[in-house]
Design a protein around this ligand. Structure first.
Ligand SMILES: [Zn+2]
Length: 124
């Protein structure tokens, strides 16, 4: 119930960005967490079109993996990349889901032509 009340109190639909933003003090500054299509940030004011597009790519990845398996695979891949890179930030940028989102986040038309499971091209 606390979580539900927290979300209800802090969520705002940003009309121009067409995104639901949740202000959460627990998220580190400059980070954006995508939970089931809702974008969480300490101060969502920095979130722009490019960031929303990056997160929309994650939305597509989540939908094709039926959400929970996406988060499980995401964490497993991050742990695997961490054993290789020995650096949490490098491991994060090496995750296939992130590589697809960062490679195409600037292209606002990418999602219209994106093929299902495109993140698998970034698995190597
Ligand atoms: Zn991302």
């Amino acid at each position: 119930m606390f979580i539900y009340k927290f979300i209800a109190r802090t969520r705002k639909t940003h009309k121009r960005l067409n995104a639901v933003l949740v202000k959460c003090p627990l998220i580190p500054e400059g980070f954006c967490l995508n939970l089931f299509g809702t974008l969480w940030a300490k101060d969502p004011s920095w979130i722009d079109e490019k960031t929303v597009n990056h997160e929309r790519i994650h939305d597509a990845q989540q939908r094709e993996l039926l959400f929970i398996p996406f988060y499980i695979l995401y964490i497993i891949e991050w742990l695997y990349r961490l054993t290789i890179h020995r650096d949490s930030r490098k491991a994060y940028y090496a995750i296939s889901f992130e590589r697809e989102a960062y490679a195409n986040g600037h292209d606002l038309s990418y999602l219209r032509r994106r093929r299902h499971y495109s993140w698998t091209k970034y698995l190597k």
